[in-house]
Design a protein around this ligand. Structure first.
Ligand SMILES: Nc1ncnc2c1ncn2[C@@H]1O[C@H](COP(=O)(O)OP(=O)(O)OP(=O)(O)O)[C@@H](O)[C@H]1O
Ligand SMILES: [Mg+2]
Length: 258
């Protein structure tokens, strides 16, 4: 079954159109990675799915529910969707445990005991149980992001949307977060992830979508998109990412050699 269907979505901000008739489908359990240059509309697309940005035209369906219909209670859709942003978004004045308990108590209306059990189990899953009483600022960026992932998982979402979950992290912290996401992927949860970690995308994705200028330029399985893309635009973009990667590697190498 299709978990998500986006049909000819047009969206933007005030006077600018960002998404120009984007259509895509995600099967239940499918892992989809979105890549594309800055400003191409990747974040806007994810935000439209939970109506943090209101589309101008086109439709979005979550299972058989039309997300874009005025009659749909968007809160219900958001409850089934875990959203992880680039900058973790944990509440700074709450401990790790409180950050996870809050939505379980408020949104899922769980009892204290039930919420506690759930929170502990997801913290265990991301290897953060021993940090339960720390505040976000006492954690590394990678640890904070693992807590943000745990918080999303705690809601038992049917769909997880992740927007560049590792792009704010120092290089040495990226892998620990990707490892957690690999584990999450194995559990069969449907994932839609914006990331430029191409090794990760190759491992995990069933499908990679390349977006540019508000449009899907091409999509396909990783081996096709990463190694043999049809479109020149995709090739140019991938080359640029690889070049950046090599430059930063040699920079790190040179500075550590000094
Ligand atoms: N809140 C906003 N108000 C006005 N314009 C916005 C807003 N958010 C994004 N935009 C514009 O919409 C376009 C697409 O932005 P979006 O964040 O979706 O791109 P992106 O592909 O996620 O880029 P990046 O890789 O840099 O995160 C950009 O030109 C951006 O300037
Ligand atoms: Mg973005």
């Amino acid at each position: 079954m299709k978990l998500l269907r986006v049909v000819k979505l047009v969206a933007g901000y005030k006077n600018t159109i960002v998404l120009r008739e984007v259509s895509l489908e995600v099967d239940e359990g499918e892992k989809v990675v979105i890549i594309g240059p800055s400003g191409s509309g990747k974040s806007t697309l994810l935000k439209c799915i939970v109506r943090l940005v209101e589309p101008i035209s086109g439709k979005i369906f979550f299972k058989n529910i039309e997300v874009t219909s005025k009659n749909t209670d968007i809160k219900k859709i958001r409850q089934k969707t875990g959203f992880v942003f680039q900058n973790y978004n944990l509440f700074p004045h709450m401990t790790v445990l409180q950050n996870i308990l809050l939505p379980l108590r408020v949104v899922k209306k769980m009892s204290r005991e039930e919420a506690l059990e759930k929170a502990e189990s997801v913290l265990e899953k991301v290897g953060m149980l021993e940090y339960r009483d720390k505040y976000p600022l006492q954690l590394s960026g990678g640890q904070q992001q693992r807590v943000a992932i745990a918080r999303a998982l705690a809601m038992d979402p049917e769909l997880m949307l992740l927007d560049e979950p590792t792009s704010a992290l120092d290089p040495e912290l990226v892998e620990e977060v990707l490892d957690i996401l690999r584990k999450v992927a194995k559990q069969g949860i449907t994932l839609l992830i914006v990331t430029h970690e191409l090794d990760f995308a190759e491992d995990v994705a069933d499908k990679i979508i390349f977006m540019e200028n508000g449009k899907i330029i091409e999509e396909g399985p990783p081996h096709e998109i990463l190694y043999n893309p049809c479109k020149q635009r995709t090739r140019i973009f991938l080359k640029r990412i690889l070049k950046k990667r090599i430059n930063s590697l040699s920079h790190n190498y040179n500075s550590s050699a000094k």
